[in-house]
Design a protein around this ligand. Structure first.
Ligand SMILES: Cc1cc2nc3c(=O)[nH]c(=O)nc-3n(C[C@H](O)[C@H](O)[C@H](O)COP(=O)(O)OP(=O)(O)OC[C@H]3O[C@@H](n4cnc5c(N)ncnc54)[C@H](O)[C@@H]3O)c2cc1C
Length: 436
């Protein structure tokens, strides 16, 4: 219910654009729209950067080109779910809600959809780092991205064949990785426990200095360039209907943005509301199987020097790495929706695994902060980057699952190219909103 019907048209010579959601995707999108000369208003019910974009690992994971739903994951799922320290969590109170989504997730692992989704990820990831470099150079913050290196480690010597096979498969898909072990591995990461057998090293890997600092910098540039921020939750989007006999000369259709306090009107609206986008789409006649895939982190400011690279454990399924705010340990894939609070058990799983790999973390004097956030995940692991099929003034950029930081800058370029009716640098067919 609206408290006020303040029908406020944002009048500008330039196109008026509203971006809903000030996470990393919305912030990059808002800045990109400004670069094209639009007058941009950004909505978020919170301060910018406090959603999933606050607590991610800060790693540009361009080598993650395999969709989450694949035969290997499905084969391992039951074991991972039942294992007391496993990375997969399905709270029993959410099982009924998640069942239809799980069926779609399983279907997404069939050979043809899997191959399509993989191609969709490969194209976005291949363009991701350069898009970030353009975005950050433009706002004078190039130093926020570091060529950092990434190590994917195995503890079991018996899993050497897995590493070699993975390296070959990555190479076939254009991702360079070197096999490292023994003294070289120890030199690269002296803090890692001696039980690491071997690793794949990704020399071209990048990370950001700190995900939240990055969001604050993007937001500061947005405001400095005349962007307007309205800290209100958006309750509903109401696109004006396109008349049957509209012509080139008809006035542009607008979209009303209703918050709990007011109503505003814009020529274009872009939904970048992460895991919360589903309801806004339902109100405009679109159904998307978007789930909140909850992930957890520990941040340990006093332990930042224990690692040089970002590290992923192939067997324990978690990631840790140095950030300006501290050593960050992230992991857990919990299909638990938007309403449940965090589960202490999940923080303890991260504690357990990180201490096993990095004994320096057992120091009881280390202070640790805990956080849980919602990854916006679709069954095929691809985001939506598209326009409403009927209301072309309404656009969408959400659903980036584990790769929202990686893909934010390229997504912003693509959605604004689509908004401007320009040719997009990547074919957007795999990311259609109506594909489900
Ligand atoms: C533990 C963890 C680790 C991760 N690690 C990485 C990583 O290393 N690399 C990587 O690439 N990705 C990583 N990710 C994924 C990445 O963080 C997300 O994909 C990304 O942050 C999504 O960004 P977003 O802008 O779409 O969503 P969000 O950051 O969640 O932003 C959405 C915003 O929309 C606002 N909003 C929602 N609904 C409304 C409404 N109705 N009205 C107004 N505002 C609204 C919210 O308040 C929020 O601020 C990780 C995620 C997690 C949880």
């Amino acid at each position: 219910m609206l408290h006020a019907e303040l029908d406020q048209t944002v009048n500008n010579n330039n196109v008026s654009v509203a971006v809903i959601g000030a996470g990393v995707v919305g912030l990059c999108t808002a800045l990109e729209a400004q670069r094209k000369g639009c007058q941009v208003t950004l909505f978020d019910r919170d301060e910018p950067g406090l959603g999933a974009s606050f607590g991610n690992a800060g790693y540009l994971a361009t080598e993650l080109i395999e969709p989450l739903s694949n035969p290997q994951t499905l084969r391992a799922a039951l074991t991972l779910w039942l294992s007391p320290n496993g990375p997969l969590s399905l709270p029993v109170q959410y099982l009924l809600n998640i069942a239809p989504w799980l069926i779609r997730f399983i279907k997404a692992a069939a050979p043809k959809p899997l191959a399509n989704s993989r191609q969709g990820l490969i194209r976005l990831n291949a363009a991701a780092v350069e898009a970030w470099q353009r975005c950050l150079a433009d706002i004078g913050a190039s130093e926020q991205i570091l060529k950092s290196g990434y190590l994917l480690v195995w503890e079991s010597p018996g899993k050497m064949a897995d590493a070699v096979k993975h390296q070959r498969w990555l190479g076939e898909n254009g991702v360079a990785a070197e096999l490292v072990q023994g003294d070289r591995l120890a030199e690269m990461e002296p803090g890692l426990a001696g039980q690491i057998s071997h690793a794949l090293y990704f020399p071209d890997a990048h990370r950001v200095r700190d995900p939240y600092t990055l969001c604050r910098l993007l937001f500061a540039s947005f405001e400095a360039r005349g962007g307007v921020f309205i800290q209100q939750g958006v309750a509903q989007l109401m696109p004006e209907l396109t008349p049957e006999h509209s012509s080139e000369n008809s006035p542009a259709r607008q979209v009303a943005v209703a918050t709990e306090q007011s109503q505003y009107r814009f020529e274009k609206v872009i939904v970048c509301a992460g895991a919360w986008s589903k309801k806004l789409l339902r109100d405009v006649g679109l159904s998307v199987p978007l789930e909140a895939e909850r992930g957890y982190h520990l941040t340990i400011p006093g332990a930042v020097t224990l690692l040089k690279n970002s590290i992923g454990s192939a067997e324990r399924k978690f990631v840790m790495g140095p950030l300006d705010s501290g050593l960050r340990v992230v992991g857990i894939s919990q299909l638990g929706g938007l309403k449940l609070g965090p589960f202490d058990r999940c923080f303890n799983i991260l504690r357990h695994h990180s201490r096993q790999l990095l004994p320096g973390l057992t120091d009881p004097s280390l202070e640790v902060s805990e956080w849980m956030g919602h990854r916006p995940t679709l069954p095929d692991s691809l985001p939506v980057i598209d326009q409403h099929p009927q209301h072309r003034q309404l656009l969408f950029a959400f659903g980036h699952q584990h790769l929202g930081l990686t893909q934010a800058a390229i997504t912003a370029e693509l959605i604004i190219q689509r908004m401007q009716n320009e040719d997009t640098q990547i074919d957007l067919t795999p990311y259609r909103v109506t594909r489900f």
